[in-house]
Design a protein around this ligand. Structure first.
Ligand code: SER
Length: 341
């Protein structure tokens, strides 16, 4: 029997690289990738087919759909929050119009295959917009339906696409299609800031956490663009990838919603810096706050309430902050950069 086909868009990105290794390592899927460039040479043996191109290219997506029976999509391609503020229109094009193209392709595949294509979408804490630092501190853990008032284009894009995914899953009718024709099966996770040992992030607002660690591990000084008390929720990449896999495999009948918060730990820039200095005593970290990026961090919650994910599909983080540093980051970064702590 042929294996189910999994399409990963943005496969060369921060989440994509880790997810690709996990899905390919699982052995039960044929993985195809779509990104602006082909995957790095080392990853090519993991994929059944790769497409180099843009999610804005509907013809390319039609080609992917014509050549493969795609059962599941992890749509990771996006322009992140800080980069998006430099060019909001481009962010809208990629994050909304591009996502719409991929949603359309997956919806058509659901009809063609006669079964719902599962569509996994990484949303973000960027969908929240808290009105003030005082409100942020008073609120603590935010629930999915609270403060959906994003202040970045990226946050607006993610929030809107969550709604469009829900629309295609439960409400859209296609002219000429039977009432019970298979629809898309859209599932989104609102991720906190992610910390990967594999790549140092670019273009995001939560980058100060992981970037500080990569800088220390590679022996270069780091200018932190938020003040020491700036606080966000964070998560280790292995937990983020596991969450995507677990939600992808969850039985639809158990899911009461399309959109889930997930949390792991909440840290200030100072707490990250202190722990990084402990692991890499030669770390040089200086605070050079940038007002615009600081304002975005202040608008995002300091932690999330993930009760729904825990109840509906058994979410629980495996990595706390100490385990993230001791068992994941330090061994991997030491091997990667060759600098002894
Ligand atoms: N980590 C992302 C960013 O900072 C948010 O999802 O843009």
């Amino acid at each position: 029997m042929p294996k189910p086909v999994v399409l990963i868009t943005g496969a060369n990105g921060e989440i994509g690289r880790s997810l690709l290794q996990t899905v390919a390592g699982h052995g039960g899927f044929d993985v195809i990738t779509l990104d602006l460039a082909l995957p790095p040479e080392s990853m090519r043996p993991m994929v059944a087919a790769s497409y180099a191109g843009n999610i804005m290219d509907r013809y390319l997506l039609d080609q992917v759909a014509a050549h493969h029976e795609v059962d599941m999509v992890f749509h990771l391609a996006a322009l992140l929050s800080a980069r998006g503020e430099r060019d909001p229109e481009l962010a809208h094009q990629i994050n909304v119009e591009g996502t719409l193209n991929v949603l359309r392709m997956a919806t058509n595949q659901s009809v063609r295959l006669g079964r719902p294509v599962r569509f996994l979408f990484p949303s973000s804490i960027a969908v929240y917009g808290l009105p003030s630092p005082d409100e942020k501190r008073a609120l603590g853990r935010v629930r999915e339906e609270q403060w959906n008032l994003p202040i970045t284009m990226y946050g607006c894009n993610k929030l809107y696409c969550e709604h469009v995914g829900r629309y295609y899953t439960f409400h859209a009718t296609r002219p000429g299609a039977e009432a019970h024709a298979p629809r898309l099966d859209f599932r989104a996770i609102r991720f906190p800031g992610l910390i990967s040992a594999e790549t140092s992030p670019t273009g995001g607002t939560s980058d100060f956490g992981p970037a500080m660690i990569h800088a220390a591990a590679s022996g270069v000084p780091y200018e932190c663009f938020v003040p020491p008390d700036a606080r966000l929720p964070f998560m280790a990449m292995p937990d983020a990838v596991r969450a995507l896999m677990d939600l992808a495999r969850a039985d639809r009948s158990r899911l009461k919603t399309c959109v889930y918060n997930i949390g792991a730990f909440s840290l200030s820039a100072l707490q990250i810096a202190e722990r990084v200095r402990k692991a890499f005593p030669a770390a040089r970290i200086e605070y050079v706050p940038k007002a615009a990026r600081g304002a975005i961090v202040e608008s995002w919650p300091e932690d999330v309430d993930d009760t729904r994910a825990r109840t509906d599909w058994g979410w629980a983080p495996a990595y706390g902050w100490d385990r993230t540093v001791d068992e994941y980051l330090v061994p991997a970064l030491t091997a990667k950069y060759g600098v002894t702590p």
